[in-house]
Structures are given as C-alpha cells and as structure tokens.
Design a binder for this molecule. Structure first.
Ligand SMILES: Cc1ncc(C[n+]2csc(CCOP(=O)(O)OP(=O)(O)O)c2C)c(N)n1
Ligand code: SF4
Length: 279
C-alpha cells in the first residue's frame, strides 16, 4: 500500500491560524495584514516550523500571538535587535518582524536604521496607522503635523518621518508600500520581500479605525505605483519623496549582499568567557 511519507504536507491557511483570535477593534487594518502574511506563506509553501514572527509592543505587535509560527513578543522598539540575533543563530529560518510606526520609527528608530545598514535578511512589516493605537491615540513619528486631537490640540506642528526614504538612505535592499485593505496584493508584495535576500521593508497603510477613523478613506486614495521597481536607490528616493503617499507596490529592489547569516563557526564556548571574567 502506498504511504504518504514521500508526499510533503502542503502548508495551508489552517496550519497558520494562531491559537488565540486577535483582539483588535472591529475594522482595524491589522486583520488584513494577518491574512496577507498567512497567504504569502501559503503561496511560498514555507512550513510554519521554518518561520519566526518577532514583534515589539503595540496593537500591531500582538501579531505573533495570532499566527501559528515560532514567535517572540519582545520589548517596545526592540524587535529588530532580537530578530537580528535570532537570524544569526538560525540562518535557515524565515524571519518576519511585525509592529507599528511608534514601535519601529519612534522608540525603535535607531534599530530601524542600523538593521537596514547591515542589510540583515529579515522581512520587516510595519503596520503604519500614524498613531500610537495601544496607548490610546498619541501622535507618532508618522503623524501629520496638523492632526488636531485632544492630546495635541491644533496638531504637533512637527514634520512627519518618511520611513521609505529613511529605509533607502539606510541601506534596505527591498522597499515597498502596501495597503491592508488589499490582502491579495499585499500577500504578493510580502512573498516578494521574503524571497528577496537582505532587509525587506514593507510599510503597510493599516488604518486605526478607533483613533484615526478618517483613515477609513485611505481605500479611496491608494493606487498602484505608476512605474515598476527600480534598482537605483536615488531614483527611488526621488520618486517616493514626490509621490502622494498612496503609491502601492514594490518601489525599490537592489542587490546589495546581505549581512552574513553565518558569521563563521564559534571557536569559544560560554565557559571560556566565564573563566575570563571570573574575579
Ligand atoms: C519602553 C516602553 N515605553 C512605552 C511603552 C508604552 N507603549 C506601548 S505600545 C506603545 C505605542 C504603540 O504604537 P505603535 O507602535 O504605533 O502600534 P499600534 O498600537 O498603533 O499598532 C507605547 C508608547 C512601553 N510598552 N514600553
Ligand atoms: S486601537 Fe487602532 S490599532 Fe489598536 S486595535 Fe484598535 S483600531 Fe487597531
């Protein structure tokens, strides 16, 4: 009788369903991002034991709890540092890093730049809603300067951080923008980012319907980028700085070598260090 030992089991959406259902507000854009990541892993047929999802703190950073892969819910702003260490020790794993604009560009801004400078082979998906959702609506680095609200009456007056241009300037080798209301298009972009060797940065416009209800209108503004990706970072930066903020697609794909995933074989064991530092 034929056995199915030789038939690899296909990765399905059911395999990737987390044990806990998301507690995001109904209508939160992050639901679409979760669906898109799961679709991308099914499209790529990566088994869930070969994937790690690593996050910081925030509504969007609760993501690893909602997907059935290895996962780490780390400290606010520290996901990329942990993910870099994880990838160095587990270079065969696909490592996805997920979080919000506050987590990634505010408290985590330093790690954002330096992880891209190294071009570590990670796929970083930022659910950008231009607000701190989890802590109830403070302005974030990507908040528009004139966003008038109870916590910043009249707006902060501070210019917004431009994550895509910072990513290009810092050395990310794949830069894209996606929209949470288009899980199929986003899944395709995420799959490309995972396949890309090196640091893939994907900014997802993901509305916070509770603290930024006007972002429900984003669905009427997003459109496919009028031109395909370039491998010229300066050209990509010029295009992105002059676009309307709603161009969706892969904007830049370069070929810079990724940070060595295997930095060599360790010649010293922890006991050597203990002996060295013994008083
Ligand atoms: C060191 C530290 N500082 C501040 C906080 C409080 N805090 C938790 S989540 C968060 C911001 C979350 O915003 P964002 O990353 O944009 O994610 P969202 O909730 O919008 O998805 C802050 C300031 C914390 N948990 N740890
Ligand atoms: S507060 Fe905003 S970001 Fe957080 S779950 Fe609700 S809609 Fe989503």
């Amino acid at each position: 009788m034929a056995t199915d030992i030789a038939t690899p089991k296909l990765t399905t959406m059911a395999d990737l369903k987390g044990k806990v259902d998301p507690d995001w507000c109904p209508g939160c854009g992050d639901f679409g991002v979760l669906a898109a990541v799961q679709k991308a892993l099914v499209e790529l047929q990566i088994p869930n034991h070969e994937v790690a999802t690593i996050s910081g703190i925030g509504c969007s950073s609760n993501f690893p709890g909602y997907i059935n892969t290895y996962g780490m819910h780390t400290l606010h702003g520290r996901s990329l540092a942990v993910a870099t260490g994880f990838k160095m020790a587990n270079h065969g794993m696909t490592v996805l890093v997920t979080g919000g604009d506050g987590d990634g560009f505010g408290i985590g801004g330093n790690h954002f730049m330096h992880t891209m400078r190294r071009n570590v082979d990670l796929t970083y998906i930022v659910m950008d809603n231009h607000v701190y959702g989890m802590t109830k609506g403070q302005a974030s680095p990507t908040t528009e300067p004139d966003w008038d609200n109870k916590l910043s009456p009249g707006g902060t007056g501070i210019r917004s951080f431009h994550p895509l241009v910072i990513a290009l300037a810092s050395g990310a080798s794949f830069v894209a923008r996606a929209f949470s209301g288009d899980p199929n298009g986003m899944a395709d972009i995420i799959a490309q980012g995972v396949r890309h060797p090196g640091f893939s940065f994907i900014e997802v416009l993901s509305p916070c319907v509770t603290f930024r209800p006007e972002q429900r209108e984003w669905k009427n503004h997003v459109h496919a980028a009028p031109v395909g990706p370039t491998d010229d970072a300066a050209r990509a930066a010029r295009r992105i700085m002059t676009d309307d903020g709603f161009n969706i697609g892969v904007l830049y794909a370069g070929d810079r070598a990724p940070y060595p995933a295997n930095p060599g074989t360790a010649t010293r064991v922890p006991a050597d260090f203990e002996a060295e530092f013994e008083l």
